[in-house]
Design a protein around this ligand. Sequence first.
Ligand code: TXA
Ligand code: MG
Length: 371
Amino acid sequence: MGAQILSPTAANIELAARELLRGELVAIPTETVYGLAGLAFDPAALAKIFATKERPTFDPLICHISTPADQPDWLARLEQCGLVDVGQLKASARHEVQLLLAAFWPGPLTLVLPKQAHVPDLATSGLRTVAVRSPAHPIAQALLQAVGQPLAAPSANRFGRISPTRSNHVLMELGDRINWILEGGDCQIGVESTILFVHPQGGLTLLRPGGIALEAIASRTGLKVTTVPLEAATSDTPAVAPGLLASHYAPRKSLTLMPTLLAKLPKPDRDILFASLPKEAQLGVLFASGNSQELTRRWEADLQTMCPGGRLTALSLSEQGESTEAARNLFAALRALDEDEKIEILWAEPFPSESGLGFAINDRLRRASHR
Ligand code: TXA
Ligand code: MG
């Protein structure tokens, strides 16, 4: 049986909660990307998540919890949900957690914290830490309330592939492997959560750039985040940051990430690039800014001076080159170019600024282009 897309009525949220509580998986909307959810405390459900995604078990999952309606005591909430051993955090780490969660939860921020002993090893790949987040999407929150316990949820795509930001992306990725997809519209953030490792003695290390920009963390909490890779960091951090593979978010077609904005390439360099293509090249190009139709017209004419039988389809992430809009459109645009049968080769230009969500966008483009 193929997956059924459930409109998010109260009855269907109840249905999804019942399915989860009996150990089934449900694809759910979040503000970042769609997730493939299962009970975080049920090893059989966790095993199903890994099998369904074909995900290696060394890549740990993020556990999602609800945010109570009244002003929550975050440390108590982390402890009470059964995931985090708050007692292992020194006062400065507790203070950091409180500041971060007051500023950004519910929202696209994941914290890696000491875990309670009974959290299944499958959820954490045997690490002594657990990744926790409370998603801002109202349907995800309603479902978490109805389930009444944490849900593990990786992005609802086959391992290594482009993350889904619409229900029909999930249908394409996993439609033949799961029964239920809860509809939640287009994901408003469009890239996954920012992941921070919280050092139990105090101090924060960035594990994955994402929906919350580092500038926002600095301005809203005054906290400093270290961005040196964990491999080079201190001994209380994991030896490796699991799951941060060089190749990820990958389209099926070969994607080349340009070293610079295409408009900044001098004409001779551009001609060399085009000349390296087959004469009948069918090119798809992801631009950081501009109007897709105009870019298609201009760049196809340029391509055809070198490749007379060539065709070019351009997609722009944001007309004004605005990073939050570009992040929202990134995965859908990449997927559209990947699925267009008239396109054989993909190019992308980098996002011109690493500030705001530009950092996360370029991180995804680098991994998507890695071979
Ligand atoms: O926005 C998101 O975070 C989405 C939505 C569905 O919530 N979820 C998501 O999950 O992106 P996933 O499985 O694609 O990313 C999980 C990543 C792992 O690859 C790993 O890098 C990190 O989270 N992670 C999880 N647990 C960890 C741990 N204990 N220590 C270090 N990193 C961890
Ligand atoms: Mg993922």
